[in-house]
Design a protein around this ligand. Structure first.
Ligand code: MG
Length: 388
């Protein structure tokens, strides 16, 4: 029985995790649930999964939750960032699934690692912002960092075909998002609705926009560097619109090992939860004859400059990846609110990166300070009020 604390339980990944737990009640038990402000969904989840501890976004929502739950739950309800950390590091958990969106995922994930929990990582910002600190903590605690992201799960699986020292290249696939093939001038006209309409994956709003700009792939490149200890020039991105080949690893003898599957997040989620075992999921088999063709393209850097920005941040190191991430979070929110157009997202990220230099990747205070400064600058640039 693997006991799971789930951070981000009402989000897209969280709901899929609970679907797996529901299907395998003799394998998994939920011991902690942390959500944002969606009290309706969280209440139903608490009633169904009976966790030991719960966290919700703030005091007001904690009261709402209390009113809906029997009194035995009342002293198990926590709130805010502290609540996330309590649920993440809870005594009874073996593994913490980190599926909070954005920078807010960093501190609870670190708390889980420091409490000796294995981590199922869906929150890529944890490694983008503080990869060095997080992976050092993983090594120091001797815990496992299991990727939930489909591309990183694919690489994790492909790497099992050989020795790390024989790896030549890691190749991340990207669907290309809803705007693949569009020219830069066409991208200026696209709407929020167009951008949210991803052709292959049903995801939350933030990651859908990141997929449309290819910033999601940029963040995944940085995540891959830390997860697999790969240098920036040992990672490549390949556009593959069908999302069947989830990523590949090339070894020095020329062998390329890929992981394939239908695009369903429950596959990588379940592998992270059950590793090294594989559970029987009730999903249709991949039918390659039906796919008929699998296409691959080089990324279009002129239309999608976000990818190169992420490589720049990775090569610069220090706090630049944290700055890239924070500025992007603010710019995406401004786009979702209709304050800026689509191409301004990456312009704002780039301008913010130019203005913030220095800081050490080994110092959490430097990283958090850079994160805050990037948010202020990106907010000013996008005409948004500071939100954090
Ligand atoms: Mg992904």
């Amino acid at each position: 029985m693997r006991r799971i604390s789930l951070l981000g339980s009402t989000g897209s990944i969280g709901v899929n995790v609970l679907d797996i737990v529901r299907r395998f009640p003799d394998r998994f038990k939920i011991v902690g649930l942390a959500a944002g402000c969606n009290v309706d969904s969280l209440t139903a989840q608490v009633v169904e999964f009976a966790p030991d501890c719960i966290s919700v976004c703030d005091e007001r929502h904690a009261k709402l939750l209390q009113d809906r739950l029997p009194s035995i739950w009342h002293n198990r309800i926590f709130r805010g960032d502290e609540g996330n950390r309590i649920v993440a590091a809870h005594d009874t958990a073996d593994i913490t699934v980190s599926a909070i969106v954005g920078a807010a995922g960093l501190q609870p994930t670190l708390a889980a690692i420091r409490a000796g929990k294995d981590v199922g990582l869906a929150n890529k910002e944890t490694l983008v912002m503080a990869g060095r600190i997080v992976m050092d903590a993983v090594a120091a605690q001797g815990v496992r960092m299991l990727p939930v992201d489909s591309e990183h799960s694919a690489i994790f699986q492909a790497l099992q075909a050989g020795r790390r020292e024989d790896v030549k290249k890691i190749i991340l696939t990207a669907s290309g998002g809803p705007f693949r093939g569009k020219k830069p001038e066409e991208l200026r006209q696209v709407t929020r609705e167009d951008a949210l309409n991803h052709p292959k994956w049903k995801m939350g709003r933030k990651i859908s926009i990141d997929s449309a700009t290819l910033m999601n792939k940029g963040l995944e490149v940085i995540e891959a560097k830390w997860l697999f200890g790969a240098p920036a020039d040992g990672i490549e991105v390949l556009v593959h619109p069908q999302s069947i080949v989830h990523s590949l690893v090339e070894f020095q003898d020329g062998s390329v090992i890929a992981q394939l599957g239908i695009p369903d997040m429950r596959i990588p989620i379940t592998y992270a939860l059950s590793y090294p075992e594989r559970l029987a999921l009730p999903l249709p088999s991949l039918n390659l004859a039906e796919c008929a063709t699998l296409d691959f393209y080089q990324p279009d850097h002129r239309s999608f400059p976000a990818l190169e920005l992420a490589f720049d941040a990775l090569r610069s190191g220090g706090v630049q990846p944290a700055v890239l991430n924070a500025a992007n979070e603010i710019a995406v929110e401004a786009f979702l609110q209709g304050r800026i157009d689509f191409t301004s997202i990456v312009d704002i990220v780039s301008a913010t990166m130019d203005r913030i230099q220095g800081g050490s990747e080994e110092n959490l205070d430097d990283i958090l300070e850079a994160d805050a400064e990037a948010r202020r600058r990106a907010s000013a640039l996008s005409g948004l009020a500071v939100r954090r």
